[in-house]
Design a protein around this ligand. Structure first.
Ligand SMILES: Cc1ncc(COP(=O)(O)O)c(C=O)c1O
Length: 372
């Protein structure tokens, strides 16, 4: 029997230690330290943007984005139902209404063909979320945002280093957001970033991040912000990780190819799509959806994998099926059969950057046994 294989282990094999020691030796550990703006500039440039605003995590990046764009009570925001709660939570927290779109069964991203029918006079924005390694098909979304004058928020939390038709993910939204949680292609432990080309929006996000202190009269407030600041220690990690982003993406693609080869003969399971016409998968996680011939669901397979000491996580649970939103009276008539299906039948296997080839082989053996 093999050692436990965690669902994620980050790869910290660059200048992380060196830069962290520099922080400690210099005494710069808070958000005032010099690495923060350096990381913001370099990361924003890597996503093809002018400004980066580093924040505490990818969830609060969405909160700040929603507020910065002026989305308010009664406004509707269209987003995929198949995503993390952070997306809908940011909308609901300002009293706006999340309007969900079902999934594309092949890419697991939002089905962009369903967006237009959801647009009403109250729609203010579309929040696209790139899921698991392939980008959303952006051209139709951009066309709709343009046609109806809607704001675009791009949640690129899982998409560092990915491109859509050669253009970086994170370069599409008026505000685009990232996460640096340890399962991401680059990590800062916890952390997130908002990127934009608009100087006024950048300034607004900076202010929201820092309690809306004012430059002249620091403790007199015109607005309410948060403390979503990002430390010099996080930025030190981020800079070191960013130096290796290309290598990390390459490694993830090699892992995706290896898993695909190891698992391709298992009957009636859906593996991540290797590529679309607009992008090659970067395998944020390696997801698997069980076909209907399996008499068990993803929860049961997760139990079996856990018994074999193989880390796993379920797929996202759709927003329209979240008890917390149903209790709020949201999504009463909403059905999204494709997202419901992948939520019940989808899970992912260990996908961290430090995963070894031997571990992937052990995962494949364990998965085959678990599916018998
Ligand atoms: C699509 C998406 N958005 C937002 C987040 C939230 O990021 P964080 O965990 O940094 O708050 C995640 C986290 O995995 C995510 O996958």
């Amino acid at each position: 029997m093999h050692n436990p294989i965690p669902v994620n282990t980050p790869l910290l094999d660059g200048n992380e230690k060196k830069y962290l020691i520099e922080c400690i030796e210099s005494g710069w550990i808070s958000s005032e330290g010099p690495y923060v703006s350096r990381f913001e500039e370099k990361f924003a440039a890597s996503a093809g943007r002018k400004f980066g605003i580093a924040v505490s995590n990818g969830s609060v990046a969405l909160d700040a984005a929603i507020v910065a764009l002026g989305i308010k009570a009664g406004d509707e925001v269209i987003l995929p139902t198949f995503t993390i709660i952070s997306c809908a939570a940011a909308i609901v927290r300002v009293g706006a209404i999340p309007v969900v779109v079902d999934s594309d069964p092949v890419t697991w991203n939002m089905d962009v063909n369903q967006i237009e029918e959801k647009i009403t006079p109250h729609t203010k924005a579309i929040m696209v979320v790139h899921i698991y390694g392939l980008p959303v098909d952006m051209d139709p979304v951009l066309a709709l945002a343009n046609k109806y004058g809607l704001k675009l928020i791009e949640d690129a939390a899982e998409m560092h280093g990915q491109t859509y038709n050669g253009r970086p993910c994170g370069s599409f939204g008026e505000l685009s957001t990232f996460s640096f949680y340890p399962n991401k292609h680059i990590t800062t432990g916890e952390g997130g970033m908002i990127v934009t080309d608009d100087p006024a929006l950048a300034e607004k996000c900076r202010s929201l991040r820092n309690l809306c202190f004012q430059a002249k009269k620091r403790f007199i407030h015109e607005e309410i912000g948060w403390n979503f600041r990002f430390t010099n220690l996080q930025a030190a990690l981020g800079l070191a990780q960013l130096e290796n982003l290309d290598a990390h993406v390459q490694r993830k693609r090699a892992m995706g190819a290896k898993y695909t080869a190891l698992l391709k003969d298992i009957p009636d399971i859906q593996l991540p799509l290797v590529k679309t016409s607009y992008a090659d998968n970067i395998y944020w996680v390696f997801g698997i959806v069980l076909g209907d011939s399996y008499g068990v669901d993803a929860d049961e397979i997760a139990r079996r994998l856990t018994a074999r000491k193989i880390g796993t996580r379920p797929f996202f649970w759709p927003m329209h099926e979240q008890p917390v939103f149903q209790k709020m009276g949201l999504f009463k008539e909403t059905r999204c059969p494709l997202a419901e299906r992948i939520a019940h039948r989808g899970f992912y296997v260990p996908s961290g950057l430090a995963l070894t080839e031997a571990e992937m082989e052990a995962v494949a053996v364990g998965l085959k046994e678990s599916l018998k």
